[in-house]
Structures are given as C-alpha cells and as structure tokens.
Design a protein around this ligand. Structure first.
Ligand SMILES: C[S@@+](CC[C@H](N)C(=O)[O-])C[C@H]1O[C@@H](n2cnc3c(N)ncnc32)[C@H](O)[C@@H]1O
Length: 195
C-alpha cells in the first residue's frame, strides 16, 4: 500500500467513525449494538453496567473475552476501542485494583467513550487518541491486549503487531477478533473499503 492509499484509507476511517459516533445504524454489513453483543455471548450482567450510548455503538466482530479469562488486578489495553464497549467490560473484570486503557484514532468515538466512562464511574479506565502502529505506552505495561474488528483496518500490520508485543509483559496475551479475506481479492462491487 503506497502513502497515498494509506492517506485515503485513514481519511475514510476518520469519516466513517465520525458517523458511527452519531449512530452506527445502516453503516455495517454485520450486526452491531447490544443485540449483536448478546448474540456473541457477552455476559448480560456485565452488559448491564455499560451505558446505553456505548452499547448501541458496539461494532465489534466477535467476543474477545471468550478467548481467555481476565483476572482482577490485571492491566488491559483495548486497541481501536471505538466507543469503549470492551474497555468497560474489561474494567468490570479487572476491578478497582486493575487498569484499562483504550486507544483509538477517532476523537468522536473517544468522546462517546469518555462520557460513558465518567457517567458509569470507572476510574480505572483511560482513553487516549493514538494509532495501534505507535502505542503511547512503555514496554511491558499490559497483561492483556484486546482487539475487536480493528487490525483489518490497520495498513501496517507488522508495525501494529510489533507495538502490541512491545507493550505486553512477558507471558501477556493478545485476544483478537477480526475479519479476513479468504481468497486473493474482493469482487469489484465489494472492493470499496467502506462497504
Ligand atoms: C470496527 S470498529 C471496532 C470498535 C470497537 N473495538 C468495538 O468493538 O466496538 C474499528 C475501530 O478501530 C479504529 N481504528 C482503525 N484504525 C485504527 C488504528 N490504526 N489505530 C487505532 N484505532 C484504529 C476505528 O476508529 C474504529 O473505532
């Protein structure tokens, strides 16, 4: 991917998630929102503590919590956290002795996340504007990295994976859900990224 294609992709992502911050309705080809989260097996008791505005902006493609346990006191990084859905789920698992950081490129999605975090009262959670390819954290600072529907949008995947493994502690876990292409290329009518 050349520099111009990367710039076009980033502009497209910025524009799409500006709209999602208003409402995800009609913007995705897969199910979104609370009904999707329930279908993916997110525990209803944990969902209940997440503000409605965040639940309805859940646009993940899977349930990264089904990939392994998260324990009280752990430090969790939510990559491409969007409106903060998985971050606020993780906050309930790590408890007050733990820590959760969510990063995303979209300031509009992060604004929804921060308002919800403050309303729901999760002081152990912080949100920052950053790219997965350049994480603003020291080496070995997290036990778990979560990613839900994000890595497919990242142009430089080797850089993203280097950064994720840099900030994970030895023995840390990456719990990622994503979509992938089976075959060589998308059919032309599906090849526009925003589809
Ligand atoms: C499909 S949404 C998933 C959001 C959230 N994980 C969820 O499950 O609701 C993808 C998110 O990744 C963010 N994103 C895309 N590329 C990114 C990058 N390079 N670094 C950080 N965030 C990125 C987008 O802004 C968007 O919020």
């Amino acid at each position: 991917m050349d520099a111009q294609e990367v710039a076009t992709l980033r502009e497209g992502i910025a524009e799409k998630y500006r709209k999602v911050a208003m409402s995800p309705e009609g913007l995705f080809r897969y199910p979104t929102g609370e009904a999707s989260a329930r279908g993916l097996g997110y525990p209803p008791d944990l969902l209940a503590a997440v503000p409605h505005a965040i639940r309805e902006r859940f646009v993940g493609v899977g349930n990264p919590f089904a990939l392994g346990p998260i324990s009280p006191g752990e430090a969790v990084l939510d990559l491409g956290c969007g409106a903060g859905f998985d971050a606020l789920l993780a906050a309930q698992l790590v408890g007050p002795a733990g820590r959760v950081a969510g990063i995303d490129l979209s300031p509009e999605m992060l604004a929804v996340a921060e308002t919800g975090r403050a309303d729901a009262g999760f002081p152990q959670v912080e949100f920052r504007e950053a790219s997965v390819e350049a994480l603003p954290f020291p080496d070995a600072s997290f036990d778990v990295a979560l990613s839900n529907g994000v890595l497919n949008l990242v142009p430089d995947k080797p850089a993203a994976l280097r950064e994720i493994f840099r900030v994970l502690r030895p023995g840390g876990r990456l719990q990622a859900c994503d979509i992938g292409l089976v075959g060589d290329s998308l059919p032309p009518d599906k090849a526009r990224w925003s589809d």
